[in-house]
Design a protein around this ligand. Structure first.
Ligand SMILES: [Zn+2]
Length: 230
């Protein structure tokens, strides 16, 4: 008798739309599981899913695990979804994130971090600017280890009318930053150097040189976007 009551509840619960709370009608069966269609927004959904990749809360779980230092395969194992789904979702989530608004007249720290993709001979730079007072990331670029990559970040910082730009003693900076706002003193980049360490701890693809390295630049950019701005 108790079972019947439970079944009754699930059918009633299935009748409201998960997207707009509208009324739904039955829309066929898939693997002996009832499918519903919403009358107002005409989206379809099932009462319960066998494939974990279809669950509505799966994207938030992927983001949480990604930020705690889990690799692609370990996320797939923990959530019982395929590796391809994890990669596709990471890129989809990152597409929806937009850059934060940069405020005027602030002090920024700019630094570059060395990494590679596919093999240890294909080197990359992650160049990013950190606002000194709030510790927020203003902008970042992933590219080859040239002055052009540095210039893309420096240009956005200069456009915001930066009061001071602190960098390390890499000689390339003095060609692209005006001398009156450039600073390369000893303790001026402490915050951003600490941030490098945080990135290497909590993003699995940056932590080691032999396993769990990045294979695609697009996924690396997506992971950084999620870590910085989501
Ligand atoms: Zn609906």
């Amino acid at each position: 008798m108790k079972e019947n009551i439970y079944k009754c509840y699930t059918i009633v619960g299935g009748n409201t739309c998960k997207h707009c709370n509208g009324t739904c009608i039955k829309h066929g069966k898939v693997n002996n599981c009832q499918r519903y269609k919403c009358k107002s927004c005409s989206k379809t959904f099932m009462s319960h899913y066998k494939n974990n990749g279809c669950l509505p809360q799966i994207n938030t779980s992927i983001v949480q695990l990604l930020k705690e230092g889990c690799g692609i395969r370990s996320i797939g194992r923990l959530l019982s979804i395929s590796n391809t789904t994890v990669l596709k979702r990471i890129i989809l989530i990152a597409k929806k994130i937009s850059k934060p608004v940069i405020s005027f007249n602030k002090t920024y720290e700019v630094d570059e971090m060395r990494t590679f993709y596919k093999s240890k001979t294909r080197l990359l730079w992650i160049v990013y600017a950190l606002r000194s007072d709030t510790k927020q990331i203003a902008d970042f670029v992933v590219g080859r280890r040239t002055i052009k990559t540095l210039k893309r970040v420096i240009d956005t910082v200069l456009l915001s009318g930066a009061e001071k730009i602190c960098t390390d003693k890499l000689h390339l900076y003095k060609y692209i930053i005006p001398e009156n706002i450039h600073q390369s003193k000893r303790y001026s980049t402490n915050n951003i150097e600490r941030k490098n360490l945080t990135l290497r701890t909590y993003l699995k693809r940056l932590s080691r040189r032999t396993i769990c390295f990045t294979k695609s630049v697009a996924v690396l950019i997506a992971c950084l976007k999620i870590y910085f701005w989501n």
